[in-house]
Write a protein that binds this ligand. Structure first.
Ligand code: CP
Length: 313
């Protein structure tokens, strides 16, 4: 694997290899006082975030450090981007400075793909940490890791993805990845928050509904999405009250779920709108586990990009 740009590019075998590596790393570090492996000693990982992030940025930094890489964090605000430097020149500069891997979050859909094109003649790998409304592949991988852990597997499981699907790169990456891993997906959203080109996602058999209550008793997992006001650009933004009545995961709705079903949310959460605090903090909630698994999954991604081929040779 040269880059990780989309979940759509991962088939079941490639995704399972990353998930198995993450599992192995998690168990290798379990109970250790010092979370440090020598695997990426001498390698340089640069995170370049043009949008806000807590989970993704921190977990990539921790992942790199736990694997002994040198990790450098660049934010658009504190870099020469603020002086007008282009994304292309910034990328070529980071590569020339010695980046083995650039992890990018950018508000433009396709930014990570452009970066990989500009860096094609270099040895620098690119990871998409979220590009606009397009994809967030490592989020989907950590969600899959969490579902495997909680449900014992993904193949044949029914999973509802609920909320602002229109603006969600998390939804698109999960639809691709979880379908590749054999899950049966249903997308639940108000008509105004469905993508106009859902068919263009190219996922056959993807079911869409507006009735959350009808789906909940039949699913193994429900993945709530954040309502992304920052991508609505003055368009329709539902009131928190109206949204939560129709699409929020309340305690009443949680009680409709089968006993074994698990609740996910990629974060950050709008408590009281998409999800009630009593649900987010309940034993059914895997939200903290998602964050924890994010570190191991990102370690696994860095391993597959930067070290796996060396290990095989
Ligand atoms: N889930 C996610 O991408 O969170 P951050 O925006 O905090 O990285």
């Amino acid at each position: 694997m040269k880059h990780l740009l989309t979940a759509a590019a991962l088939d079941a075998a490639a995704a399972t290899a990353v998930l198995d590596t993450a599992d192995g790393l998690k168990h290798a570090l379990l109970g250790r006082e010092v979370h440090k492996l020598p695997t990426l000693r001498g390698r340089t990982v640069i995170t370049m975030f043009y949008e806000n992030s807590t989970r993704t940025r921190v977990s990539f930094e921790i992942a790199g450090k736990w694997m002994s890489a040198d990790v450098v964090n660049v934010s658009a605000g504190g870099s020469s981007v603020g002086k007008g430097e282009s994304l292309r020149d910034t990328a070529l500069t980071l590569s020339a400075a010695g980046a083995d891997c650039v992890i990018i979050r950018h508000p433009a859909s396709g930014a990570a793909h452009r970066l990989a094109g500009w860096l094609r003649d270099t040895g620098t790998h690119v990871v998409n940490a979220g590009d606009g409304m397009h994809e967030h592949p490592t989020q989907a991988l950590l969600d899959a890791a969490t579902l495997r852990e909680r449900l014992g597997g993904i193949d044949g499981r029914r999973i509802a993805i609920v909320g602002d699907v229109r603006h969600s790169r998390v939804a698109r990456s999960n639809v691709h990845l979880l379908t590749a891993l054999g899950a049966e997906l249903v997308v639940v959203a108000p008509p105004t928050l469905l993508p106009t080109g859902l068919a263009e996602w190219g996922v056959p058999g993807l079911r869409v509904t507006h009735d959350l209550d009808a789906e909940l008793p039949t699913v193994d997992a429900v993945m709530m999405l954040r309502v992304q006001a920052e991508r609505m650009h003055g368009g329709f933004f539902p009131s928190a009250r109206e949204y939560s009545i129709a699409y929020g995961l309340s305690e009443r709705r949680m009680d409709l779920l089968p006993d074994h079903a698990v609740v996910l949310h990629p974060g950050p959460m709008l408590r009281g709108m998409e999800i009630a605090s009593a649900v987010a903090d309940s034993p059914r909630s895997a939200i903290t586990a998602q964050v924890r698994n994010g570190v191991h999954v990102r370690m696994a991604v860095l391993y597959h990009l930067l070290a796996a081929e060396e290990d095989r040779s």
